[in-house]
Structure formats: C-alpha cells, structure tokens
Design a protein around this ligand. Structure first.
Ligand SMILES: [Zn+2]
Length: 183
C-alpha cells in the first residue's frame, strides 16, 4: 500500500495505491495471499453453487492473479489485453468455448471497470461470467454494485474520487499513475 497522490486505472484519484505487483513478485507470498480465495472458490464449486471452467485476468494486473488461482484450483488460466487502440481483446489463440463458465481475476477492484470490459469481450465470445476474484477489494460505498459475486483476499476502505473533486490536485500536487492502463 503506497501513500501519495495517484491516478488509478479507473481514472479516479486517490491518496492510496495498492501495487499488488510488489506482493505478487514473490511466488510464495502470492500463493499465501490467494490461498483463502482459492479455498472459498473450491468450497462453492464443491457445494455446486459455482461452476468454473477457466480463469481469465485482464492484463497487466490480472495475469499473475489468474495464473495463481488457476494453479491452486487446477484450472486453465489466461488473460485479456488491450490492443493498439486500447480496446480489451482476447488474443494469442486463447479460446472460449460457448457457454464456458469464466471467473475473472484482478489484482485490485476499485470500480470493476477492467473486469467489466473483460466480461464484455468474453461474453461476446459466448462465455458466462460467474464471478470475480481479486487480491484487494477497495471499492467505496459510492461505487456501483458489481454484476457478479466477488471473492477478495482482503477488503479495505480507502477513498477515491473524480479529478474535479480532488483536494490533492487543488493543492497542485502532481498525480502519479502507477498502473498500466493507457487513458
Ligand atoms: Zn488528484
């Protein structure tokens, strides 16, 4: 968790940023952080309340999360990515079979925007999106509800806001953009 003035991937501003790549660079810590998420997913799959055929993470943040959850659950894991025009796509010959149950994996969920974009791409290919999973759920109370159940390793309450209402911008403090989305 970093403190400062950040432009989030969602386009919103915040004084906190979760750089999950710093945690996920250590495979043993990635495994430990995501084990409780995998356990809850496994329990719901066993109970028959959830069916998952593959795990898909939006690049960049979702790639390692999708991989690690796929590894722990014994499922295929792959990713969507932005093309040269910034549109989320499924490339590299990754295939979605019609009616496949897909779990979307993210590092951080702020508004669910990246997940929503990936979901739209996958649904257009015939997938059924069954749930989201993430390391950090940092949605605030004003965030619109997600369309799917969310399995998060941790839930934190930190603010995020539009640029127009940003006190840090008003103070002339430059915002840094640690994420990878091109705006
Ligand atoms: Zn700002």
């Amino acid at each position: 968790m970093l403190e400062g003035h950040f432009l989030l991937s969602s386009g919103r501003h915040s004084d906190f940023y979760f750089q999950c790549a710093r945690l996920l660079q250590y495979p043993d810590r990635a495994a430990e952080a995501l084990a409780p998420v995998a356990e809850r997913l496994r329990a719901d799959i066993r109970r028959g309340t959830l069916a998952v055929d593959a795990i898909v993470g939006p690049a960049m943040g979702g790639i390692v999360v999708a991989y690690e959850l796929a590894r722990q659950l014994g499922l295929p894991g792959f990713f969507t990515e932005r093309d040269d025009t910034g549109v989320m796509t499924l490339r590299r010959g990754f295939e979605i079979k019609g009616g496949a149950n897909i779990l979307i994996a993210e590092d951080v969920v702020t508004t669910g925007k990246s997940s929503g974009e990936s979901a739209a791409v996958l649904e257009a290919l015939g997938a059924r999106i069954v749930a989201l999973a993430c390391v950090v759920d940092r949605r605030d109370s004003a965030a619109p509800p997600l369309a799917w159940p969310l399995y998060a390793a941790c839930t934190v309450t930190v603010g995020n806001w539009e640029q127009q209402g940003c006190a840090l911008c008003k103070q002339g403090i430059p915002a840094v953009k640690p994420g990878s989305r091109k705006l």
